[in-house]
Design a protein around this ligand. Structure first.
Ligand SMILES: [Zn+2]
Length: 199
């Protein structure tokens, strides 16, 4: 059952401190588990409803940028690093080679021009808490000049290795999670995008 506003947990940061408000742990009535063959008690269910506070830290700019139609990446600019100039997508706060903090860069234009499918898998059965429409077309995405591969979802079109794809962003009703970023095949019309998404 969807929660009312009084049953949700909210968090703000005020003067540098996390300020939770509302309910973060909700108790629900448990149920007995009876063995239908013997009529005997075998156990109980244990419903738990918990809201987890997940801090993004240095990755916050990545998720906030998705809501504005921007795909941010990072680059190692350390002169002493053997991997200097490497661009990372998914976004890495630290360079894995020199362990120094990376520089945040805007990858949106490069993604629009050069994103292509490296590999893909289509899954008809999801795990718990899935919010994506089934079947899910999971794609591994390559970008020109980027040393890593991004995992994402093809929202419109048929996946094919090497196919050029275009990023789309949930700018109208952002969730501030990775599902705000998806891809579509080239030639997809704005009217075909999932609700809330724009190019
Ligand atoms: Zn480095």
């Amino acid at each position: 059952m969807p929660k009312t506003e009084n049953e949700k947990g909210f968090v703000e940061i005020i003067n540098g401190n996390y300020k939770p408000r509302g309910k973060f742990h909700i108790i629900e009535k448990n149920q007995p588990i009876f063995n239908k063959d013997t009529g005997k008690l075998a156990g109980v269910t244990n419903p738990r409803d918990m809201t987890y506070i997940h801090s993004y830290g240095g990755e916050a700019i990545f998720f906030e940028s998705l809501s504005k139609g921007k795909l941010m990446a990072t680059r190692c600019d350390n002169e002493k690093c053997g991997a200097k100039g490497s661009i990372f997508e998914p976004f890495r706060i630290y360079c894995p080679d020199c362990l120094r903090k990376t520089t945040v860069i805007d990858l949106t234009d490069i993604a629009k021009k050069t994103a292509k499918i490296h590999s893909f898998i289509i899954t008809h059965r999801s795990g718990a808490f899935n919010t994506l429409p089934l079947p899910i077309k999971f794609i591994n995405v390559e970008f020109e000049g980027v040393v890593t591969i991004l995992m994402s979802v093809l929202a419109v079109g048929d996946p094919e290795i090497g196919k050029h794809i275009i990023p789309i962003f949930n700018t109208k009703n952002p969730t501030y999670t990775i599902t705000d970023l998806r891809f579509v095949t080239e030639g997809t019309k704005e009217s075909e995008l999932p609700a809330g998404f724009t190019f």
